[in-house]
Structure formats: C-alpha cells, structure tokens
Write a protein that binds this ligand. Structure first.
Ligand code: NAD
Length: 362
C-alpha cells in the first residue's frame, strides 16, 4: 500500500515516549485535537479516517493538513477495511488505540440508520478483532457518549446509573459499543476504557452541532431553531471544552498502560472501565445563544419550537468524580471563555460577516 513508507517514518521512528497510538477518526473534531496533543508530547501517532461527507469534508481535509504539517500521517480508509487495519498493525506495534471514528449526530439516523450500524457497530467489531489478534494487544480507549443515559432524568449522571432507555439510534449504537467492548474485554483480555463525552465544543468543531450552526446562522442573518422541552422547559447541555476532553483522553491512555503493564508484564486481568468526561455545569440553550450573541455582537433571530421526539434528550449533566479520582480529570474551561475561543477560530477560518449576509475572508 502506497502509505507504508510514510507510516514507518512518522510512527515508529518518531516514537520517543514509548507509546504508538492508532487514532481512528483522526480527521474528526476530537481526533484531530487528540492526535496533535499526543504528537506534541512525543508519542507516535498514526490516524485513519474515511473522510465521509456527513459534514463538510473540506473541514476534515483542513484538519488533516494541520496534522500533516506536524508529520502526523492519516490513512484514508474505513475501519471496516480489515486489509488496511491488518497492514497498519503489521507495520506498527501499536501500544494503544484511541478509537474516535463513529457516525455521530442523533437526527441523521432518521434518513441514514445504516451508517450508524456500519461505523459504530460493524466498524467497532472489525477494529476489536484486529486488536484481539495483535501481538502485543493494544489498550483501547474509545468514545462512548453521554447519550447512553438517554431518557434517564436523574441528574447528574453517574457511570453506574441506568442506560437502558436510549433516545436515538446513535445512543443505542454507543450503548451496544459498551456491551461489545465489555465482551472483548472478558473473553479476549483486551484492556478497554470507554469515555462518555458530554457535548464537546471548541475550535475545529463539528458543523452539525448547535453552537456551530447557531454561529453560522447568526453571522449570515438566518434564523436559528431553538428546541424547547416538555412544559416549555429549556434544554440544557453540559458543554465541555475540547482541551478538557483531550486531557481526559490522554490521561485515559496513560492510566490504561499503567494497569496493563504495557511495555512490561501484564498485571492481573485486563481492566474494563467507563468514565464520564463532562464539565459538571449544564447551561441552557437560550443562555448559550446569549453568549454567542454577545461574542458576535449580533442579535439572533430565534425560532422556538417544541423538541421533536426523534433523538434529543432534555438535559445532560455529568458527575465526574470517578474520572477525577482515577484519571485526575479536572475540566477548567467555562462556557463564555470557551465559546470566545471558538468564535475567534470560526471567524479566522471562515472569514467574518459584514452584517449584510456577505462573508468576507479575513
Ligand atoms: P467527528 O464526526 O468530527 O469525527 C469522527 C470521524 O470519524 C470523522 O472524521 C469521520 O469521517 C470518521 N469516520 C466515521 N466513520 C468512519 C469509518 N467507518 N471509518 C473511518 N473513519 C470514520 O466527531 P467528533 O465530535 O470528533 O466525535 C469523536 C467521537 O466522540 C465519536 O465517536 C463520537 O460519537 C464521540 N462523541 C462526540 C461528542 C461531541 O460532542 N463531539 C459527544 C459524545 C461522543
């Protein structure tokens, strides 16, 4: 395969820290940031992403260019492609897999249910099969989601709380992923850490998420649709800044290798862990809009409608004491400051709007 040579030089030779990490979904929002952080501290990183068009592939390609400028190589391929995975594992003895590739979003499942099965279930199994037969077996850290708490309304959510009421197919596939990884853990001894991310936001974010599409619409003078929950209640999310999530991911990789004795001998049975990575301070959507309006100095045209019953949950709120205790996870970014950073990135990436709906590149 044409990329073999590049990977040999980017992943193995540059590996100073002892970690070689395969990052799936490396062209994605979280994947890009995690890859950059690992690369910066001296880990060997190889990415894989299929650059699908769920959202603007040019944004994914721009992220890839940033990674390339730091000599992080991303293979363009699907995690269901067993041949590619086998080749990657043949070239690099991965110590860790950071599995972030997935079909995200809750509403997209209405039209494209099978893409969730393809990436979040079949792709996960293909990847786990590869890890199972690898020698050495890598420790796997992967992104589950706060959406597994579904219609549970007992907040804040703790890891042991019920997750048997998914509100979307997306949530169902993440929940299934937790069961599947658990099975590979106890049958094949794979070290598994599942991270339940809570609404991640920040520079290079995902255009399908509310804070991003609101920013775009407000700048273009277009209305935004704000969902309202039952009895007119505002929806709320535990918005978590990307840098805090990255720190949680990196700490999970470090913790996984401590207990599996990677680089040394295995100590006891391989661990299976689940952690909430959130911010512990939910903010309502109208408050989010207010912060964006202040940053953009433009009043939003709001269309307030009842939440459609096809995937969204009314609110999310993480209890992060387990991650705090075991990973040293401690989010530090407040939403106003984090959104300011996002808006700054947005304006520099897309250019600014002149107030008449014209976009002007800066
Ligand atoms: P993203 O869509 O930006 O990143 C996912 C990447 O995976 C994309 O670049 C996509 O092209 C790639 N991908 C999808 N299917 C693939 C396949 N079959 N083979 C290869 N590549 C594939 O999403 P993100 O926000 O960066 O999310 C990363 C992970 O975190 C996902 O697993 C997501 O479900 C999870 N998560 C994200 C959030 C959030 O708020 N961003 C919250 C909870 C969970």
């Amino acid at each position: 395969l044409h990329w073999e040579k590049q990977i040999r030089s980017s992943a193995q030779i540059r590996r100073k820290n002892g970690f070689s990490v395969l990052v799936t979904g490396a062209g994605g929002f979280v994947g890009t940031h995690v890859s950059l952080a690992l690369n910066k501290r001296g880990d060997g990183v190889v990415g894989i992403d299929n650059f699908n068009d769920y959202y603007d592939p040019s944004l994914k390609k721009s992220r890839r260019n940033i990674l390339r400028s730091k000599n992080v190589f991303i293979v363009e391929g699907d995690i269901n492609d067993q041949r590619i995975l086998a080749k990657l594992f043949e070239i690099v003895k991965f110590t860790h897999v950071m599995h972030l590739a997935a079909q995200a979003g809750v509403r997209y499942a209405m039209e494209n249910p099978n893409s969730y099965v393809h990436s979040n279930i079949a792709g996960l199994v293909t990847l786990l099969e590869q890890c199972k037969s690898a020698n050495p077996q890598p420790a796997i850290v992967w992104a589950s989601s706060s959406s597994v708490y579904g219609l549970n309304d007992k907040v804040p959510f703790s890891e042991a709380d019920r997750t048997d009421q998914p509100a979307s197919l997306y949530a169902a596939t993440k929940k299934a992923g937790e069961e599947i990884t658990h099975t590979y853990n106890h049958i094949y001894g794979l070290s598994i850490t599942g991270l339940r991310f809570f609404t991640v936001y920040g520079p290079w974010g995902r255009p399908d998420m509310a804070y991003f599409s609101f920013t775009r619409n407000i700048l273009q003078g277009k209305p935004i649709t704000v969902f309202r929950g039952k009895n007119g209640m505002d929806l709320a999310r535990d918005f978590t800044y990307i840098d805090d999530i990255v720190k949680g991911c990196v700490a999970s990789l470090d913790t996984a290798s401590k207990s599996t004795g990677l680089g040394g001998k295995k100590k006891g049975p391989a661990p299976y862990r689940i952690y909430n990575l959130g911010n512990t301070s939910p903010v309502t959507v109208p408050v989010l809009v207010g912060i964006l309006e202040k940053n953009l100095k433009i009043k939003a045209k709001k269309n307030v409608v009842d939440m459609p019953g096809n995937g969204d949950v009314p609110f999310t709120h993480a209890n992060i004491s387990l991650a705090q205790r075991e990973l040293g996870y401690k989010p530090t970014m407040d939403l106003p400051t984090g959104l300011k950073k996002f808006v700054k990135w947005y304006l520099s990436y897309y250019g600014y709007n002149d107030g008449k709906g014209n976009s002007v590149n800066s």
